[in-house]
Design a protein around this ligand. Structure first.
Ligand SMILES: *Cc1c(COP(=O)(O)O)cnc(C)c1O
Length: 401
């Protein structure tokens, strides 16, 4: 294959080019959308030869059925693998499809999993509630307590799973310590790196085994598709890819094409998200109506130091606690004119929400506070607008409370 993945290139160049064949079908410049369910064989001998090759191992030269692969999806996978510094990447229909298939691949009855306390609500439900029905137990440990993490390990523990940065307080994991604990105990370490993007953090460099992304966020970047990615060594990704063909949690070719289109501007977008995140966080921290800002690019954040060492930038999500409680927070959310009220992050449009009445609304107030979700917490996911406009907008909204 004529791809230049091995050349020493910087991130933006990789984001535009890697994984693409230099000469594509019909001499098309962009990767064509191969909208196709099944693939043909010239004759019985052609089929027999293909079957013989697949018996010997993976045949990367062709595909026989759409659930087992697609050239457009493959091009997106190769680009993300290159950005993440991974041997291989597998794509899925959503971030949750990636996490579900990953857990199904490595966990079974009477096995045990450890997750960190602050996580995407659906991931938490999946690990703690759904897999319990199949005999998988799960321990939840606080972020940043490596002793608790190590003490939670049992003989049947197979995996430790954490986000970094986490949602919504942007806690950052010391990835060297995290992967070291996994290695010493012979268990898999997995990082959900959605909030970081491969341009700000490359967990595999620190010895982490597998990285997952919700491609619906920064990777695609335009709030127009759902996708999920899993990156790591070929052998480990291969185990999950096998199951992907069985479970069918695949990404469709049109979505892969939109993902590739989004990836081409990842370098530009992420630097703008980083700049905007930092400026907005500083502004909010200095504001008299804000109690506390959670952004790892600020010295006041508990993980400032580790973020500074591990990350190139801290991204676009800024969480802050408003003086005056949940109602005051709601007033600010309602008064901003640029960010839309919506879940999600990592797209070009700024989005704003109160986690207490978005992802955690179904819980009783005590359950929410047990999970650390305060009523006055606002999560702002800054887009790629001009920071001066975002700051002016937040300023006028804060003046209204
Ligand atoms: C959004 C998100 C997910 C889930 O991804 P979907 O693509 O929405 O299924 C998982 N983890 C994190 C950290 C996320 O932000």
């Amino acid at each position: 294959m004529n791809d230049d993945t091995k050349l020493n290139k910087c991130n933006s160049t990789r984001a535009v080019h890697d994984g693409a064949l230099r000469v594509k079908a019909y001499n098309s410049l962009i990767d064509p959308i191969v909208q196709n369910a099944t693939y043909t064989f010239a004759d019985t001998n052609d089929l027999r030869e293909y079957m013989d090759r697949t018996l010997l191992g993976i045949d990367d030269s062709r595909i026989e059925y759409g659930r087992n692969g697609n050239p457009t999806v493959r091009a997106a996978e190769k680009r993300i693998a290159s950005l993440e510094g991974a041997d291989d990447c597998a794509l899925f229909g959503s971030g949750m499809a990636a996490i579900t298939t990953l857990l199904l691949a490595f966990l079974g009855a009477e096995q045990h999993l450890i997750v960190t306390e602050e996580s995407y609500r659906r991931s938490h439900q999946l690990c703690v509630d759904v897999f319990r029905r199949f005999g998988v137990t799960c321990s939840v440990v606080p972020v940043g307590n490596y002793q608790a993490l190590e003490e939670a390990i049992r003989p049947e523990t197979k995996m430790i799973f954490s986000e970094s940065p986490t949602n919504p307080y942007l806690r950052c994991i010391d990835l060297e310590r995290f992967s070291d604990i996994a290695k010493r105990n012979n268990i898999l370490s997995v990082i959900d790196s959605t909030f970081a993007t491969p341009l700000n953090l490359q967990p595999l460099k620190y010895g982490v085994d597998l990285v997952v992304h919700s491609g619906s966020k920064y990777l695609a970047g335009h709030n127009d598709i759902l996708a999920g990615a899993l990156c790591g060594r070929e052998y480990l990704v291969g185990i999950v890819r096998q199951l992907l063909g069985t479970v069918g949690s695949i990404l469709a070719p049109e979505q892969a094409s939109l993902l590739i289109r989004g990836l081409k501007t990842l370098g530009l977008r992420v630097s703008r998200h980083n700049e905007n995140g930092q400026s907005v966080a500083k502004f909010l921290e200095a504001h008299s109506k804000v109690d506390r800002v959670w952004y790892p690019g600020l010295r006041s954040h508990p993980d400032y130091q580790i973020a500074n060492q591990q990350m190139m930038g801290c991204g676009g999500v800024v969480s802050f606690e408003v003086k005056g409680g949940g109602d005051a927070a709601g007033k600010i959310v309602d008064a901003v004119r640029i960010p839309y009220i919506a879940p999600s992050l990592g797209g070009v449009e700024s989005l704003i929400e109160q986690p207490a009445i978005m992802s955690y609304y179904d819980l009783e107030p005590e359950e929410r506070s047990e999970l650390g979700i305060k009523d006055n917490l606002v999560r702002l996911a800054v887009g790629i607008e001009d920071s001066v406009d975002l700051i002016n907008d937040l300023g006028q909204a804060l003046d209204k409370v």
